[in-house]
Design a protein around this ligand. Sequence first.
Ligand SMILES: *Cc1c(COP(=O)(O)O)cnc(C)c1O
Length: 399
Amino acid sequence: MNPLDWIDQELAELESQGLRRRMRSIVGPQRALLRVDGIEAINFSSNSYLGLSDHPELAEAARAVLTEEGAGAGASRLIAGNQLAHRQLETAIARFKGTAAALFFNSGYQANVGTLQALLGPEDAVFSDTLNHASIIDGCRLARAQVHVYRHADAAHLADLLSQAPPARRRLIVTESLFSMDGDRAPLAELARLASHHNAMFMVDEAHATGVLGPDGRGLAADAGIVPDIQMGTLGKAMGASGAYIAGSSSLIEYLFNRARSFVFTTAPPAAMAATAHRALDLATGPLGRERRAQLMLHVKHFHEGLRNLGVPTPTHPSHIIPLLVGETRRAMLLSERLLRAGIFAHGIRPPTVPDGTSRIRFSLMATHTTSQLERALSALADLKVLFRPMPAVPNMTP
Ligand SMILES: *Cc1c(COP(=O)(O)O)cnc(C)c1O
């Protein structure tokens, strides 16, 4: 008997439930048009919402810094030193977010896990939206904090939980701003009010809003005119680069680079990646970013109109993330497969990424799509209409 035999049994079990994942091969950068497993397809699976990931200026910024600062960072920045590209990026992020300071992490996953683990311990309580991303859930677990999960985007339920929860040393409310799998929004202003009323820290994950929503793409907190204590954003999605940041006060940032284990105990991202992200930030906040956000919003409007014509109810505040609810996992995967054969690459999303019974196709729009590419997706959906239910993915999908 091989001690790893159980793995093949587990994989077979995943297969039988329609949950075995595989990676599709693509060649070349993330663009609106791709070759996916050899099939030419329009890409609705990328989070490169502004279409920046193949912008020549990003590659140019990386090349220049590769020459000046080399490839690998050598160690954690606490050990091997703080390179110029990292320092400059953090200054630019703090300026972008209007905060005193910022800290660059290798990924959004690491930023969330490390920050929650650093800020909370077993004596503390965290209040978390039921649809928060896995990295937030894992951070809460790693902190061994008491976790109170409130109903999705439901401030009234959160208020109840805050009033009823046993006393804790520290409290923290955490939410995504634009939800990654539903494209709907957290009621940030109400959550901020509750946080201040209950003397809780307030952390907002702007992974999918950064670069796209709010003034100059600064996110939905800026849009709502609030300043959460702890602001997370990613550089690998709309920014088209890689990595993530926490923005906030100088003492928060200093505390995190002392205590966030996912920052302290890992090699820093390459300086070239910091430079790439920095250039992406410059592009996203300049004329190109404004142009692309405007184009993306036109696409959002157009695609939702098309869905309404197919009988799919659309939310009051539509976004560039568009879930098409299927329900049953196999059927979602079948729809995804059929769409690919029709030249539409839109991934099926299934548990554990989304709750059981809510498997779906998630369309991510990019500014660099053309209107006729959106039309092709809508007409493919019209042909496959028997495979999905015309209903919103989240029951309370209003803002
Ligand atoms: C993608 C995502 C992350 C993780 O960011 P990465 O940089 O991809 O690791 C965190 N939070 C949310 C809501 C996300 O969608």
